[in-house]
Design a protein around this ligand. Structure first.
Ligand SMILES: Cc1ncc(COP(=O)(O)O)c(C=O)c1O
Length: 462
């Protein structure tokens, strides 16, 4: 291995059903996304990595080719294969800080300046005043009873989830809820949405990818995989923004019964629906087959670190056993505060306020797109904090993102959400922090970038 090539650790498991090429791809993709392989890092030659892993060179060549097609890697004449500087890592993670970015369409981020500080401070005082000494201990791994009762009321009223407080586990967010659910479902084959939120995939050793269309997850395709567990975003699919249709909801529940399987419902941003009341959670159709997971990452802030899982009783012990050997439990002071915040009606009040703000921001973004980039299509229902902007077939989403960055706008390619190459080129544009005036300017600049990629200027030699 050359001196500049990193000593690369890629785990492969010959007993796993996923092929070696796919495992190498997954390993490298995860290393790039997490930053373990930095932008510009030189990869070992295909020959060296093949020898290291004890696989044929063809397998490594194919894995490198696939990752190059996805924009993670670049072949450099004379210096081998390197990690692309515009690798899709930038799409979900914060990415390298650039001071010259004027407008950042970062997906999934609420406007943190709208955090209800006054109400939260009031809830903290109320909670500390009322918290029994005993609740300063973390004896119940499910969380404080007072919060589980408040959540049961909130979820029943807002999401049509009928949950016994005894079945609710308070945790630090959706990702944590997923970890606990996955531990309870250990041994089951998993399926994920394609395209879909990468969080669960990063936590699974293997999975099947199931396509999403205008009605949401393709349940017939799911049934063909042989999986017995699936993670879905039924209220507002991430990132396409479609809603799982009524027929597909029934089919999904019928599938779960038929295979003796489970559905993990990621209800991450269901509170944000701007054109009508949100559809009720899937959980209501089959509480014994659905693990309903929620988070405060979108309604309040991801740094609050609070979420929940509503588990069928049969899975509760296994999830809690996992918790016992991982983080133990969630801060009871934080839980008591959130319970007081919910009980005072402050989450409802906050949501009423911010929904109006986000609705105006979404409308402005979509209107600007229709005017400035008519050849691209904003997809998804009026909900959440992102719009999927489908680019014309043949567009190079990574080149667009790169060019946009040059003119001061950060946009996020669809690549990290894709499992297979089935979905066409697109950008996931978050508008949570972009006010209408900046959305209009950002889209004008983005239109310029798209035009620039279509007709590269000879001066740039692009
Ligand atoms: C689809 C989806 N699910 C869940 C989450 C939030 O997860 P967590 O609560 O682990 O921050 C996000 C955040 O970006 C998301 O986009």
């Amino acid at each position: 291995m050359g001196t500049t090539a990193p000593d690369l650790f890629v785990a492969i498991d010959r007993t796993r059903p996923r092929g070696l090429r796919v495992q190498i791809e997954d390993g490298l993709r995860a290393a790039i996304r997490s930053g373990r392989l930095a932008a510009g890092a030189v990869l070992p030659s295909t020959r060296a990595l093949a020898a290291d892993l004890g696989v044929t060179r063809k397998v490594v060549v194919e894995a490198y080719d696939q990752l190059a097609a996805e924009g993670y890697l670049m072949a450099r004449r004379g210096s081998g294969t390197v990690v692309n500087r515009a690798a899709p890592r930038i799409a979900v993670a914060a990415g390298p800080v650039r001071d010259d970015v004027e407008i950042d369409f970062r997906p999934g981020r609420p406007d943190l300046s709208l955090f209800p500080r006054t109400a939260w401070a009031r809830a903290t005082r109320t909670a500390l005043g009322a918290l029994p000494h005993a609740d300063l201990a973390d004896d119940d791994r499910r969380g404080l009873a007072v919060l589980r009762r408040a959540l049961a009321e909130y979820l029943g009223r807002v999401r049509n989830v009928e949950a016994d407080p005894d079945q609710i586990v308070v945790c630090s967010g959706f990702g944590h809820a997923f970890d606990l659910a996955a531990a309870a479902l250990k041994g089951l084959r998993f399926a994920v949405e394609d395209p879909g939120y990468p969080g669960p995939r990063a936590r699974l050793a293997s999975y099947d990818a199931v396509p999403v269309d205008a009605d949401g997850l393709d349940v017939d395709a799911l049934a063909r995989t042989g999986a017995r567990a699936v993670v879905v975003t039924p209220a507002h699919q991430s990132p396409t923004g479609v809603v799982l249709s009524a027929a597909r909801r029934s089919a999904l529940i019928a599938w779960a019964h038929a295979v003796d399987g489970y559905v993990i419902e990621d209800d991450y941003d269901a509170e944000y629906r701007y054109d009508r009341r949100p559809v009720g959670a899937l959980h209501g159709l089959a509480p014994d087959r659905v693990i309903h997971c929620g988070t405060t990452a979108k309604t309040l802030a991801s740094g609050v670190r609070l979420g929940w899982a509503v588990l069928p009783p049969a899975l509760l012990d296994a999830a809690l056993a996992r918790r016992a050997v991982t983080d133990g439990s969630t801060s009871t002071v934080l839980q008591a505060t959130f319970a007081a915040f919910l009980a005072a009606g402050d989450l409802d009040r906050h949501l009423r306020r911010v929904r109006r703000v986000y609705r105006a921001r979404r409308d402005a973004l979509v209107a600007a797109i229709r005017c400035e980039i008519p050849e691209a299509e904003p997809r998804g229902v009026a909900a959440g904090l992102n719009v999927l902007l489908a680019l014309p077939d043949g567009s190079d989403e990574l080149a667009v993102a790169r060019r946009a960055l040059d003119v001061g706008v950060r946009v996020y390619p669809l690549a990290p959400f894709r499992v297979t190459s089935a979905s066409g080129p697109g950008l996931v544009l978050g508008y949570g922090t972009v006010d209408p005036g900046r959305a209009a300017r950002g889209v004008r600049l983005l239109a310029e970038a798209i035009g620039g990629v279509r007709t590269p200027s000879p001066a740039r030699g692009a």
